[in-house]
Design a protein around this ligand. Structure first.
Ligand code: GLN
Length: 505
């Protein structure tokens, strides 16, 4: 291919198409997420005394599956579809999911979530890897390319809760969900126009046309994969709707639902397999891999607290925070707002410290990140002391909490991503990326566990007021203790982990 790579602002032009496609995809994802828990509690499960419990279970199962599906979607893309087809397929499935929520009846609710789960599996990992593939190995622009991309994610994550939340409040839930669907379609249109204009050159194509056209059960594979993807949705919908199993000890799984049991099982399988990989590696590789696994574990714990924003924190904001300018759904914009403001200053801080040879090593950054998560929840727990006579606390506490946890996120998430690639032997780097994504999936099991502890029964407690406030404040104190305890463990392990990282910094 002799055509020169088209550029824009010093980056491959394709980056800007991926930037806008991902911006709108995350717009749909976070616009919907801002409404999801409130919609479940006030609409889908409204009649249940244990509606908080059901909502916590479904939010956690949905979150676990939406991140776990990326492992499957990434693999199918590598083996068969390539990035372009995977992203188009994922986008269509996600848009469909959002539109089902927009026209909704309660029956279709789980099907809508399932379509988003499958769609995200094809979209999210592949658009991220596509960004990397726009640059040759060792291209110095790659890091800043990812910073720009992460910015796109958070512009979507900032604007969507504000707009979808507003529509949801003023006109009804379904308008909010509908706007999310329109966002996803806009993203797809951007992506498709990039393909039509040829900005991706020869990148993101399927690895082999021949393999795509091979028949599977009498149908070409390129047709069969989308068919199977659509067929997976009802199965996942059934898994998601097994929330009823919680709370009643009389079911097959006790107080667990299908998704909990599924993740426990694959968790054990993955641990055994990781043990085997460690056993096989040579001593130098083994130490680096062990560090990669530790930082993945720390990341899981961090997301386990961070992702409470879409459930427990949203309910707390709704029931116990004095809000005036924005409503509870819209508070979901705060994390992305701080990421947008802070990501450039913090990446400049690392460069500045690196020049002075004082850039903290990765384990310390992770320890700080977890400590910040702990402090953020501690601050939130202090809000209880300032509650007014209705059990409502000042908004400033929530704002400071989001500020602190966003700084923590920037100390961990972008750093970890690049360290995983440095610390894993080449032959298993793709697998380790999958494990890294799974950290978010397992984190949602933590989110579910905490969500269930803090669920407030609508017939036994006043939803607004001191009854719910006490439950939440107690929960935030507990979370702060666990996060700070985790941070102490990370700091204690850091000297050892630093040594095991060897030449990686
Ligand atoms: N906010 C980031 C995104 O949406 C990361 C979320 C996560 O991995 N849990 O891409």
């Amino acid at each position: 291919n002799s055509r020169p790579e088209p550029e824009l602002l010093g980056h491959p032009k394709g980056l800007f198409y991926l930037f806008f496609a991902e911006l709108w995809e995350r717009f749909s994802f976070y616009g919907m997420r801002a409404l999801l828990t409130l919609y479940m509690v006030n609409e889908i499960f409204e009649a249940l005394a244990t509606r908080d419990l059901a909502a916590a279970a479904v939010y956690s199962s949905y979150g676990s599956l939406v991140y776990a599906s990326t492992v499957v979607g990434g693999r199918i893309s590598d083996q068969l579809l390539g990035f372009r087809k995977s992203i188009m397929l994922g986008g269509v499935l996600m848009a469909l999911g959002h539109f089902v929520l927009a026209v909704e009846n309660n029956m279709a609710f789980f099907l809508a979530l399932a379509l988003i789960v499958v769609g995200n599996g094809f979209f999210k990992p592949n658009i991220s890897t596509f960004v990397g593939s726009l640059y040759k190995d060792g291209d110095a622009r790659k890091d800043s390319g990812f910073t720009i991309f992460y910015m796109g994610i958070n512009i979507g994550g900032f604007v969507a809760p504000l707009l979808c939340g507003w529509l949801g409040r003023e006109y009804g839930w379904h308008y909010g969900f509908g706007l999310a669907g329109i966002g996803m379609l806009t993203g797809l249109l951007f992506f498709w126009s990039g393909i039509k204009k040829g900005v991706f050159m020869d990148k993101g194509l399927a690895p082999s046309e021949e393999a795509l056209n091979k028949p599977m059960l009498g149908v070409k594979k390129k047709t069969m994969v989308p068919i199977l993807a659509f067929l997976a949705a009802p199965i996942i919908a059934v898994m998601l709707s097994s929330y009823q199993a919680i709370g009643g000890g009389d079911t097959l799984f006790g107080d667990q639902n299908f998704v909990n049991v599924f993740f426990k099982t694959i968790g054990v399988v993955i641990l055994l397999y990781l043990g085997y990989i460690l056993y096989q590696a040579n001593p130098s590789e083994r130490k680096k891999l062990a560090v990669a696994l530790f930082i993945t574990l720390f990341m899981t714990v961090f997301w386990g607290f961070h992702e409470l924003s879409g459930s427990v924190i949203t309910l707390f904001a709704d029931r116990n925070v004095n809000l005036s300018i924005i409503d509870a759904a819209q508070t979901n914009a705060l994390n992305s707002m701080f990421i947008i403001i802070l990501s450039i200053p913090i990446s400049l801080l690392w460069t500045f410290l690196a020049k002075k040879k004082k850039n903290p090593r990765t384990p310390y950054k992770f320890g700080l990140g977890l400590a910040l998560a702990g402090i953020s929840f501690y601050v939130l727990s202090l809000s209880g002391a300032s509650a007014d006579e209705n059990g409502m606390v000042p908004f400033a506490y929530l704002l400071v909490m989001y500020f602190l946890i966003s700084v923590g996120e920037l100390f961990m998430s972008p750093v970890g991503l690049s360290k995983i690639t440095d610390l894993s032997p080449k032959r298993i780097v793709a697998f380790m990326m999958g494990v890294w994504f799974l950290s978010s999936a397992f984190a949602f099991q933590v989110v579910g566990f905490i969500g269930k502890q803090l669920a407030i029964e609508s017939d036994s407690a006043e939803i607004r007021g001191f009854a719910s406030l006490d439950t939440y404040i107690g929960g935030f104190e507990m979370i702060a203790q666990y996060a700070l305890g985790g941070a102490v463990i990370v700091f204690l392990l850091s000297p050892l982990l630093n040594r095991w990282m060897q030449n990686v910094h």
